[in-house]
Design a protein. Structure first.
Length: 541
């Protein structure tokens, strides 16, 4: 190409300029300015120019704090956390992302009046935007001192207004779950799973792992459906009259089998069928809410164990669903049975006994007490019994030798028995199926009529309680003694879990043995019959 300048491109002209390959000066150099010509390189730079350049660099390194709409909202919320208003008129308010600046004066007065009412547990009718504004305060840490209190308030608001505003289910379930994650709250997520079907994935897995690991009695029907290959919602029995019974008893049956497996194999269902390793999931916090990410971050990492993907455990839960439905069909008189329900005979027997017992108890509660007694006359009978007991415990009677004492005391006992029988008849003990005959079993329990009970009461008690002690299993005996020691339901639950059963079944078994040998119930509800406490030393041996 010719070098006379004709036909040259602009870039080539620049390349051949006098300022090619000039070094870039250091930023902190006093001679930082780049000269434009040889003459300029010889000229010294004025000191004030260098000072101005350094000041500009300093200004570049200084950054002003960034203020966002969300951070401004939180600052304002903290300023207004204690504001209250007297009774105000409701003013409609609709805003997509409501904040304080979106409200008029009248709306603000209503909001702070309504918020104080909500804090006192009175949930007045209001617009959805007011509810969301208060929820935004709570998830940003305003309006509570400890996270548990914030969690409680969020749940109460959800429960109070979810029937009126269905959109709350779409948002509050996820937000409450996020709240529990960022504050590390060990709380059940079953309510969230039940109300928000769209969140049933990870949350259901977390709840299954929590319950099957430490609290099987807290399992819920909605969470367990994630584990079942059998869609019970399409069953005619469930669609019909069996829905309530199925949702009530299926979780209890799974908890019962978990305890049974722990007793038989020394490991619960999780131990028998271990799931795979946890999968770390990133969960974005408080989506679609006015939320300041500087508080808890943009997201959290949640380890999720895919417990529902364990084939053997899933197979067992599916079979328990079908087995329980078959037993409920039988108890409720529903025609037809599900086919090919295969479980161990011991499991089936345990489930059958449990469900029959629960149904008997429910029927008895519906019928009410089988015997109605006049309380005043019963108290008079107890008073007469105390008099008799006092007479029998007298060790010396003036003017009578041993023989005379026994003779007179026996006559007194006979008179007391006759009097007690008459008092019971007068007390109005009426059975639901009264056919005119006195309640003989009650009389036999209340008034022993044989001479053995008088002549040697200690020997008689031993004759009754020693067979009882022999008939009770070590587990049943431990439950009775735990109740007597006042250790409460916690210890009984622990004993039942260790024995692979449930407290209610143990109580039922103990009472059946006591009725056969003592003619009375040993456990009333979840408490020991106080009348028999003095006799428990026979169980110690």
């Amino acid at each position: 190409m010719k070098r006379n300048g004709e036909g040259l491109h602009f870039t080539e002209l620049v390349w051949e300029s006098t300022e090619q390959n000039l070094p870039i000066p250091a930023r902190n150099s006093a001679d930082a300015a780049i000269p434009k010509s040889p003459a300029a390189r010889e000229k010294k730079k004025a000191p004030e120019e260098t000072t101005v350049q350094l000041q500009l660099w300093d200004m570049e390194e200084t950054q002003e704090p960034v203020t966002t709409t969300e951070s401004e909202f939180v600052m304002r919320a903290r300023e207004l956390v204690d504001r209250k208003e007297a009774a105000a008129l409701f003013v409609p308010f609709k805003s997509y992302w409501p904040t304080y600046g979106h409200m008029t004066g009248a709306q603000s007065r209503w909001y702070f009046f309504w918020r104080e009412e909500v804090r006192q547990g009175r949930y007045l009718k209001t617009d959805l935007s007011y509810i969301f504004l208060h929820v935004y305060e709570l998830i940003n840490g305003v309006g509570w001192d400890v996270p548990e209190e914030g969690y409680r308030q969020l749940n109460l608001i959800w429960e109070a207004y979810r029937d009126q505003y269905k959109r709350l289910d779409q948002y509050l379930g996820g937000w409450i779950a996020d709240f529990s994650f960022v504050h590390h709250l060990e709380v059940p997520l079953s309510g969230i799973v039940a109300r928000t079907r769209g969140l049933a994935g990870d949350l259901a897995e977390l709840e299954l792992m929590r319950c099957l690991s430490a609290a099987p009695e807290q399992l819920t029907f909605e969470v367990l459906t994630v584990m079942s290959d059998y869609d019970i919602s399409k069953s005619k029995f469930y669609i019909g009259d069996g829905k309530t019974a199925a949702e009530r008893y299926i979780p209890q049956v799974v908890a019962l089998i978990d305890a049974y497996v722990a007793r038989k194999h020394g490991s619960n269902l999780i131990g028998m069928f271990p799931p795979g390793p946890a999968v770390t999931r990133e969960r974005y916090l408080f989506r679609s809410a006015v939320y300041d990410i500087s508080l808890y971050g943009y997201s959290v990492l949640v380890p999720v164990v895919r417990i529902s993907k364990s084939p053997p455990l899933r197979s067992l839960i599916t079979r328990l669903f079908r087995l329980t439905e078959n037993k409920l069909r039988e108890l409720l008189g529903f025609r037809g049975r599900l086919k090919d329900v295969r479980v161990d005979a011991d499991m089936e027997d345990l489930v059958t006994r449990f469900l029959k017992r629960e149904f008997r108890k429910a029927e008895q509660e519906e019928k009410g007490p089988a015997v109605v007694i006049d309380q005043q006359k019963l108290e008079r009978l107890q008073s007469d019994s105390e008099i008799v007991r006092t007479m029998l415990t007298v060790e010396e009677v003036t003017g009578l030798d041993d023989s005379g004492y026994e003779t007179e005391a026996a006559e007194t006992w006979a008179r007391a028995g006759s009097s007690a029988e008459g008092t019971l008849e007068a007390a109005g003990a009426v059975s639901d199926e009264d056919d005119g005959e006195p309640p003989v079993e009650s009389l036999e329990c209340a008034v022993p009529a044989t001479e053995e009970h008088f002549h040697s009461p200690g020997d008689s008690a031993a004759a009754l309680w020693k067979p009882l002690a022999a008939a009770l299993t070590p587990l049943q005996r431990a439950v009775v003694l735990a109740l007597a020691a006042g250790e409460g339901s916690t210890e009984v639950h622990n004993l039942a879990a260790a024995g692979g059963t449930m407290p209610e079944l143990l109580f039922d078994e103990i009472n059946e043995i006591a009725m056969d040998l003592l003619g009375d119930l040993l456990i009333d509800g979840e408490e020991l019959n106080g009348e028999y406490v003095p006799m428990l030393h026979y169980l110690m041996g």
